[in-house]
Write a protein that binds this ligand. Structure first.
Ligand code: DGY
Length: 321
């Protein structure tokens, strides 16, 4: 019988299925992430860890787990919280949850495109706070999407799914990323592949879908924000540190960009006070994949990875080689 730690509450019957597979499971039945000290203590002696994106899986944690740890199943498609080389050195398999969260995250990205271009956060706040309002022909004017250009930075599965949605709103799409997207997909989208400079110069909405890596840390900083149209909006559903938040606040203050829709932040759950103070940003608490169906599928996939790896089979969705 292997020992498995599930570091936060997961939806559905994922924990029950781990138990049904014959494993001894310790799970935290609380929504909030496990405090670091608690996690370091709880992980001692486990064979598998079902980790959340807020759990830092680094050498300290791996050493706290000990040599029995065989698999870390991250319940997220992103795995920037996991030190892959430290895992590799210790022979620990790392898995993620690609595919199952593509639609939910693309839906949320599109929601942020609409919310920020139509200033819906500010409009909703106005009604909710009881500030007097009356219909007027010139009040609460946003900008439309038809004929506008969506710039996708990171044309992986979620970026492409967002682009598909944008087409239904009459948008044109330009794409940029580290690797060339499939030409057939680009053609089906009627999209153009451009470099980042061209994308920033022509996009009316810049949507970030790239993973967080050393190369994408602060990919959007002061220079890139200055290169955007003054009427453009930035949407980030990837990882907070892809954007230099202080630079974004400065760019918004200087009118260099028109607004932003952010689902992720540099130092979650802290949000830059300069962002909190502005009406031209929409701020969400990292809910890109937060549907019952998606989070259940993510937990199920993580569990399938653990069961496979502990059973001596190849993991279903391994990362990092
Ligand atoms: C991911 O899977 O990386 C998402 O950020 C989870 O919501």
């Amino acid at each position: 019988m292997a020992r498995v730690l599930v570091s936060a509450r997961v939806p559905g019957d994922a924990v029950a299925r781990l138990r049904a597979a014959g494993h001894e499971v310790t799970s935290r039945d609380v929504d909030s992430p496990m405090p670091r000290e608690e996690l370091l203590a709880a992980v001692a002696g486990v064979d598998a860890l079902v980790a959340m994106l807020v759990d830092r899986v680094d050498a300290e944690l791996l050493d706290a787990a000990g040599p029995g740890l065989r698999v870390v199943a991250n319940v997220a498609v992103g795995y920037d919280n996991v030190d892959l080389s430290a895992c590799r050195e210790r022979g620990v398999v790392v898995t993620n949850t690609p595919g199952v969260l593509t639609d939910a995250t693309a839906d949320l990205a599109m929601a942020l495109v609409l919310m920020t271009t139509r200033s819906l956060g500010a409009a909703e706040r106005r009604v909710r706070t009881g500030e007097p309002w009356r219909w007027s022909l010139t009040g609460h004017l946003g900008t439309g999407l038809r004929g506008k250009t969506l710039g996708i930075v990171g044309p992986g599965a979620i970026g492409i799914a967002t682009a598909r949605r944008a087409l239904a709103f009459g948008m044109e799409v330009v794409l940029t990323g580290r690797s060339e997207p499939d030409p057939a997909v680009v053609e089906a989208l009627g999209a153009r592949v451009v470099d980042l400079a061209e994308l920033l110069a022509c996009a009316d909405v810049v949507a970030l879908h790239c993973p967080l890596t050393p190369a994408t840390h602060h990919l959007v900083g002061a220079e890139q924000l200055r290169a955007m149209k003054r009427t453009a909006h930035l949407v980030n559903t990837s990882r907070g540190p892809v954007v230099d938040e202080a630079a974004l606040v400065a760019a918004l203050e200087a009118g260099e960009v028109a607004g932003a829709g952010l689902d992720v932040f540099e130092d979650e759950p802290r949000v830059h006070p300069g962002l909190l103070a502005r009406d031209d940003v929409v701020l969400l608490p990292h809910v890109g994949s937060a549907t019952v169906e998606t989070r259940t599928a993510m937990a199920d996939l993580a569990v399938a990875n653990v069961v496979a790896a502990l059973g001596g089979d190849p993991a279903v969705t391994p990362v990092g080689g």
